[in-house]
Write a protein that binds this ligand. Structure first.
Ligand code: PMP
Length: 323
C-alpha cells in the first residue's frame, strides 16, 4: 500500500519479493521515520493456517504510527491485506513441529526532502519468512547481561513504539554483551538505571516467592503481545501476578534469599525463553540451577500448543485464515 497526503492509503497490491527503489533523500534513511510489527502464522496438523492475535498487532502498530507521526491504518484493511497475501503464499507456511511463517509488516517514510518534518508519503509492506524451531532440542535457558552503562529508552521517548531507532540504540550494547558470552541485554530504566525494563526482543517475568512479577508498562517498554497472553494465562490458572516497578536490586536480593524461583522472557520469536543466568554489577547469578523452570516449561507448552491448534484456546486468540 502507498500513502500520499490527500489521497490516504491506496493502491494495495501483491508483488513478487524483490528490491524496491527509493530516492536517496527518502526521509526514512535520514530521520528513521519507520515502524514495524512481527507476528506468526502456524500450520495445524489438519492443514489449517492459524494467526496468533493479529488484531493486537495492528492495534500496537497504530500506537507506534501515532508516536512516529505516521498515518494509522484501518484494522480491517490491514487484516484483509494479510489474508490475501497469506492465501497467495500459503505453501510457505512450514509444517514441521516448532516452525512457523514469520510475518513482518512495516511502514517507511518515502518522501524525498531533507527537511526534518513528518513525511507526506509512505509505503506499507508485509514481508514473510518461514522460520525454523527456535529451540532445536527442547527449551534452553539463555544467559543475560544486565546493562548498567547504555540506556535504550527514556520517559517521554519512543521506547514503547516498535520503531527502528530503539533497536539501533541497542546494537552496541548487544555487540559487547555477545562478546562477553551473553545472548541478550536486559535494559534498565533510562533515568536511574535501577528498574528493570525489558530484554532486547522480549518482556521479562520473575517468579518471586509465590508471585509472578513483571515490569509495569511505563511508556518506555514495548507492549508485548506474548507478555499480555502470559499475564492472562497466569490469571486464568490462578497465579498471583503483579505488574509493577521492579528493581534489579530486589531481584538480586530475592536470588540471595532463595525467593527467586525462576525467570523467563516472552516474545513472538522464542515464545517463552527461560533465563538461566543474569550478570549484573560484576556478578553472575544462576537461576533455577541454570535449568528451565517448571512454570516456563508449562507456559511454553500451553502457548505453543494453542498457537498450533493442538490445545484448546479458551481466550479466542487464534484466527483461522480463510480463503
Ligand atoms: N520487547 C521488544 C523490544 C521486542 O522487540 C519484542 C518483540 N516484538 C518484545 C518485547 C516482545 O513482544 P511480542 O510478545 O509482541 O513479540
Amino acid at each position: 500500500l502507498d500513502y500520499d497526503k490527500g489521497q490516504g492509503w491506496h493502491d494495495g497490491r501483491i508483488v513478487p519479493y524483490q528490491p524496491i527503489m527509493l530516492d536517496p533523500a527518502a526521509k526514512v534513511f535520514h530521520y528513521g521515520q519507520t515502524i514495524f510489527e512481527g507476528l506468526k502464522a502456524y500450520l495445524t496438523a489438519d492443514g489449517r493456517v492459524l494467526l496468533f492475535r493479529p488484531r493486537s498487532n495492528i492495534k500496537r502498530m497504530n500506537l507506534s504510527n501515532i508516536r512516529m507521526s505516521i498515518p494509522t491504518l484501518d484494522e480491517e484493511l490491514f487484516l484483509e491485506a494479510l489474508r490475501q497475501l497469506l492465501v497467495v503464499e500459503r505453501d510457505w507456511v512450514p509444517s514441521e513441529e516448532g516452525t512457523s511463517l514469520y510475518v513482518r509488516p512495516f511502514v517507511i517514510a518515502t518522501q524525498a526532502t531533507l527537511g526534518v518534518s513528518p513525511s507526506h508519503q509512505y509505503k506499507f509492506m508485509i514481508i514473510l519468512s518461514p522460520v525454523g524451531a527456535y529451540y532445536s532440542e527442547g527449551v534452553n535457558p539463555v544467559s543475560i547481561y544486565v546493562e548498567s552503562g547504555y540506556v535504550r529508552a527514556v520517559p517521554g521517548g519512543v521506547g514503547e513504539a516498535k520503531t527502528a531507532g530503539n533497536y539501533a540504540a541497542g546494537l552496541q550494547a548487544q555487540e559487547e554483551a555477545t562478546a562477553k558470552g551473553y545472548s541478550q541485554v536486559l535494559w534498565l530504566d533510562g533515568v536511574e538505571r535501577k528498574y528493570i525494563e525489558e530484554v532486547g526482543s522480549m518482556n521479562v517475568f520473575f517468579v518471586i516467592g509465590d508471585k509472578v512479577v513483571t515490569p509495569v508498562l511505563n511508556g518506555s517498554i514495548l507492549h508485548g503481545i506474548t507478555r499480555d497472553s502470559v499475564l492472562q494465562m497466569l490469571k486464568h490458572w490462578g497465579y498471583e501476578v503483579e505488574e509493577r516497578q521492579l528493581s534489579m536490586q530486589e531481584v538480586a536480593d530475592a536470588h540471595r534469599s532463595g525467593e527467586l524461583k525462576e525467570a523467563f522472557g516472552t516474545g513472538t520469536a522464542a515464545v517463552i525463553s527461560p533465563i538461566g543466568e543474569l550478570y549484573w554489577q560484576e556478578k553472575a547469578m544462576t537461576l533455577n540451577g541454570g535449568r528451565t523452570g517448571e512454570l516456563s516449561q508449562r507456559l511454553y507448552d500451553e502457548l505453543t500448543g494453542l498457537q498450533r491448534g493442538e490445545k484448546e484456546d479458551p481466550f479466542g486468540w487464534t484466527v483461522e485464515l480463510k480463503g
